[in-house]
Design a protein around this ligand. Structure first.
Ligand SMILES: [Cu+2]
Length: 246
């Protein structure tokens, strides 16, 4: 009973440590955290996460502090059985605790919504950037390049520091494309063409299907290799061409 107020705080602290830990992990090639961004999309999302963390921490300290204070101050004590003074019908108090959270949530909504156009639309200066077709199927991702004969399973090679458009589709059930260090996740839905763009610093980035899609869902991994433009051109020129392809 007397630890009732401490338990939520311990749980919240544990949860926050769990969430924040990848941000402080070293820049290992295995990292899969959006808080360790390697491109402008992930950078925006990561910045937004930290901006929202500030009001969330203030609320945590305020509400958690009030819970701890109340739990200790008004705990049951030997020989004292009177209820603490009960407050009810205080309009000013009720108005405040409705309005303040509503304003906090509205601000978070607005600051998030203003990011959407950047995340949804290819930057205008990269209007002619390459499109790669991303096809999810049970249980492999395939990446098709313009003019090339075969799709490439599991590993996507892209030119570093350049915008690349991804046209995302599914062959069977709903999958979700997610490479956290580059961008947010986007569902691959049969019959619906979804779109996102990425841009990556040179390096190798990992992700996976993030929508449970059947028994081998866990093996549906993604590797994105961002290599310098000249290396990319060399690789591309060595691949089998589609018939009639450039
Ligand atoms: Cu899947």
């Amino acid at each position: 009973m007397r630890f009732k107020g401490v338990l939520p705080l311990v749980l919240v602290a544990f949860g926050m440590a769990l969430i924040a830990s990848p941000a402080f992990a070293d820049d290992s090639s295995q990292s899969q955290s959006i808080l360790d961004p390697a491109g402008p999309q992930a950078q925006h999302i990561s910045d937004l996460w930290f901006i929202i963390l500030i009001p969330a921490l203030i609320v945590l300290v305020f509400v958690g502090g009030a819970i701890i204070y109340a739990a200790f101050r008004f705990r049951a004590r030997e020989g004292v059985d009177a209820l603490p003074k009960q407050i009810g019908g205080n309009n000013a108090l009720e108005f405040t605790w409705t309005l303040v959270p509503a304003l906090i949530l509205l601000s978070i909504f607005l600051v998030s919504a203003t990011q959407l156009p950047f995340l949804r639309h290819t930057p205008s200066e990269a209007a002619d950037a390459m499109h790669i077709k991303v096809l999810g199927s049970q249980w492999i991702w395939n990446f098709s390049y313009p003019g090339l004969k075969h799709p490439y399973p599991a590993t996507m090679i892209i030119p570093a520091d350049e915008v690349v458009n991804l046209d995302i589709d599914s062959k069977d059930v709903i999958h979700s494309f997610s490479v956290p260090r580059l961008a947010g996740r986007l569902d691959a839905i049969p019959g619906k063409h979804n779109f996102m763009w990425i841009q990556a610093s040179p390096g190798t980035y990992y992700g996976q299907c993030t929508e449970f899609c059947g028994k081998a869902h866990a093996t549906m991994t993604i590797t994105v290799k961002a290599i310098p433009r000249d290396q990319f051109d060399r690789w591309y020129s060595q691949q089998p061409r589609a018939q009639g392809g450039a």
